[in-house]
Write a protein that binds this ligand. Structure first.
Ligand SMILES: Nc1ncnc2c1ncn2[C@@H]1O[C@H](COP(=O)(O)OP(=O)(O)OP(=O)(O)O)[C@@H](O)[C@H]1O
Ligand SMILES: [Mg+2]
Length: 253
């Protein structure tokens, strides 16, 4: 069976989805955190995910990121069945980058060291190739149009700038899908626009961005489609075309 023929919520388009999920279920004891979720994700789009606290948004993302295993359900990558068995398969095989709320950055290290943390470039003899890494870091930062410099110390950056470093890793390692869970929750209001700009930039270079946020105005500002979660299920998927905050609130509760 192809994923298209069994999709309850497939988009009305003949583009092949980059990633399809079908009938995903994840329980924690008696709680059905994700309860039969099917969704198609396409290249070069921003998909907003909203829903009340406990609706299952983060659990759904953790299944995509390979952090949890589903009880049941299937994944298709460009139409081919795949299993997401670990964070490593999610990252390396499906090219998904999950950006966690704490961003997993090392505050005492520089921007370029953070970008390459755990995936350092090496020269013959096994020494770190500092100049290449610093150069590649500068390229990525320029693509993101930030003022951050490779040698800046990450602990001294603003919340929005730290987001840029985390997003930079996704570009550096050529991920296709970037998942962000509440990226604007912990940053100052005047920096929110910078993060939204980064999201638009990711889309403009062809990436798929999944954005979970309780800030509905952020969702309306950048999302192409908005998926509404409700009690572990997708209640509806809205095209972001003339939508207003009240439309979203109406669907969420
Ligand atoms: N590791 C876990 N162990 C047990 N229950 C969990 C676990 N993770 C999530 N849950 C439960 O699953 C349900 C969905 O939680 P989830 O965190 O996915 O919701 P959410 O939509 O991300 O909520 P929020 O908007 O508050 O972040 C909740 O009832 C939650 O208590
Ligand atoms: Mg959550």
């Amino acid at each position: 069976m192809s994923p298209q023929t069994q999709s309850p919520q497939s988009n009305l388009t003949d583009r092949q989805p980059l990633l399809s999920v079908r009938d995903l279920v994840k329980t924690f004891g008696a709680v059905r955190a994700v309860d039969g979720v099917s969704l198609d994700l396409f290249e070069e789009e921003v998909v907003g995910v909203i829903g009340d606290n406990g609706a299952g948004k983060s659990t759904f993302l953790s299944l995509l990121a390979g952090f949890h295993r589903p009880d049941s359900g299937r994944f298709f990558h460009r139409g081919e069945p795949v299993a997401i068995t670990s964070p490593r398969t999610s990252r390396n095989r499906l090219r998904i980058e999950m950006i966690y709320q704490n961003l997993e950055l090392a505050p005492d290290l520089t921007v370029w060291e953070n970008l390459f943390l755990g995936q350092e470039l090496r020269r013959f003899g096994g020494f770190n190739d500092r100049s290449s890494m610093s150069e590649r870091a500068a390229e990525v930062l320029e693509r993101l149009n930030t003022k951050i410099k490779p040698n800046d110390t990450v602990g001294e950056l603003s919340g929005g700038e730290k987001q840029a470093v985390a997003i930079g890793r996704a570009l550096l390692f050529e991920r296709d899908i970037v998942i962000m869970d509440e990226p604007t929750a912990a940053i100052s209001v005047q920096k929110v626009d910078d993060v939204l700009d980064l999201i638009r930039r990711l889309k403009s270079v062809g990436k798929t961005v999944i954005l979970v946020s309780h800030r509905l105005e952020d969702e309306l500002a950048v999302s192409d489609r908005i998926v509404v979660f409700w009690h572990g299920r997708i209640r509806t998927i809205l095209q972001n075309d003339g939508l207003e905050v009240n439309d979203l609130i109406h669907q969420m509760f």
